[in-house]
Design a protein around this ligand. Structure first.
Ligand SMILES: C[S@@+](CC[C@H](N)C(=O)[O-])C[C@H]1O[C@@H](n2cnc3c(N)ncnc32)[C@H](O)[C@@H]1O
Length: 388
């Protein structure tokens, strides 16, 4: 991750594409009489049909894209997850796997291959992806990478079915891609960051918060004056819809974030909003419209509260490093030939990136939510921070 100013200049095709999205959002601002909440702006910037960052055809994942996620870094991530899925699926009758936001499709490919080797395939592998463009890309990648018997168990759907399933539900770096409201606490009360369009650019506009749920949710955080941050109000509805789908099984949420007392820590008084563009990280979401990812860290206490309200149990919470190590990460290393120095160095570097505190090991967390599933989950055997 690089933090630098100025950022690389987009090429002409990217500029033309970005302008179409700018026009689209500008029109939304006009329709909304001059201002959008930041959550609305973020929704359009990421998911406007065929134009948003996730819905248009730009390369996002991996070296040639804007950021790298754990499944892109190493197949070991999926192999560890496969061990956790094996433990769960072996307890479920006709268990399916549901993956939200499957990105490039790499996690699905490696997970299915590992589960086939473990002789523990789900009856179906369901992908729920809100980007039609990414769905098509996933279909092409998975068809090319997987043998047809594995490819055939994958199904893409646009909404969760009404009939509940026995399932393992996985969402890696999905919650951080949900729109958030941005706010600050001032002497005047709670103000919301909104977005207008002036002199051919998007600009911040501050408005007193009027929405009751936003006002009360922020008041409950009891933040000091001059504090600014973000809040995800879409989380409870999302968790609820996932819970409604689950008859028996486990939801595994993997993302960067903190429990609430760390998220809204007095020293983190500028929030967690981040933009990713060509592997550069910065904090201005009002530029590079449609060309950069916009994210906010996940408040895992809010996730746990939403889960309890939706009648799920919180069965584990740990750092990614501990989860992967508990799922046998180091044992997987023995599959590689230590005599092959180049390959061994490559795979040990991948392990470091996934587990070191200075890389993804500590910031990324794994939370398990369960229904009718009382067996201790292997990923949390050595470390469980539910009480923190
Ligand atoms: C940061 S990417 C992560 C992709 C992939 N899981 C990975 O780890 O490489 C976020 C993904 O979540 C998808 N997404 C965001 N909100 C979603 C939702 N509510 N339902 C399904 N997919 C969603 C995006 O389209 C995108 O594929």
């Amino acid at each position: 991750m690089k933090i630098i100013d100025p950022l690389p200049t987009p090429d002409i095709d990217a500029v033309i594409h970005s302008q179409k999205l700018i026009d689209f959002i500008q029109q939304k601002i006009i329709t909304a009489q001059g201002t959008l909440t930041f959550a609305e702006f973020m929704q359009h910037a990421l998911y406007a049909p065929n134009l948003g960052y996730y819905t248009a055809g730009l390369r996002k994942f991996g070296k040639g894209g804007d950021f790298v996620t754990a499944p892109e870094i190493s197949p070991l991530f999926a192999q560890c997850l496969a061990k956790q899925c094996q433990q769960i699926l072996s307890q479920l009758k006709s268990g399916v796997i549901v993956e939200f936001g499957a990105g490039s499709g790499k996690l699905a490919a490696n997970l299915l291959q590992s589960l086939a080797q473990l002789a523990c395939l789900p009856t179906q592998y369901i992908i729920i992806e809100i980007s039609a463009e990414l769905q098509q890309r996933q279909q092409a990648t998975l068809q090319a990478q997987l043998p047809s018997d594995l490819y055939q168990i994958i199904q893409w759907i646009n909404a969760l079915p009404i009939t509940p399933f026995n399932a393992v539900i996985i969402a890696n770096e999905v919650l951080d891609a949900m729109p958030v409201h941005r706010f600050r606490v001032s002497e005047q009360g709670i103000e919301e960051y909104c977005v207008g369009y002036e002199n051919e650019q998007f600009v911040w506009q501050m408005h007193a918060v009027t929405a009751f749920d936003l006002q009360t949710s922020i008041e409950n955080l009891q933040l000091p004056i001059h504090y600014q941050s973000e809040i995800n109000l879409f989380l409870p509805a999302w968790i609820n819809s996932v819970a409604n789908f689950l008859n028996q099984g486990v939801v595994l949420l993997i993302d960067y974030g903190f429990p609430q007392h760390e998220y809204y820590h007095p020293q983190r008084n500028d929030g967690t909003l981040m933009c990713h563009y060509q592997h550069y990280t910065h904090s201005n979401p009002l530029i590079l419209i449609g060309l950069q990812d916009i994210t906010a860290h996940v408040d895992f206490t809010a996730v746990a509260e939403a889960a309890l309200a939706a009648d799920l149990q919180v069965a584990g919470f740990t750092q990614q490093a501990n989860f992967l190590l508990s799922c046998g990460l180091m044992e997987l290393l023995s599959d590689y030939d230590a005599e092959n120095v180049a390959e061994y160095a490559r795979i040990t570097q991948q392990i470091k990136t996934l587990t070191l505190p200075s890389e993804m090991g500590e910031l990324f967390k794994v939370m398990a939510l369960t229904r009718q599933f009382d067996i201790p989950l292997m990923g949390f055997i050595h470390d469980d921070r539910r009480r923190l």
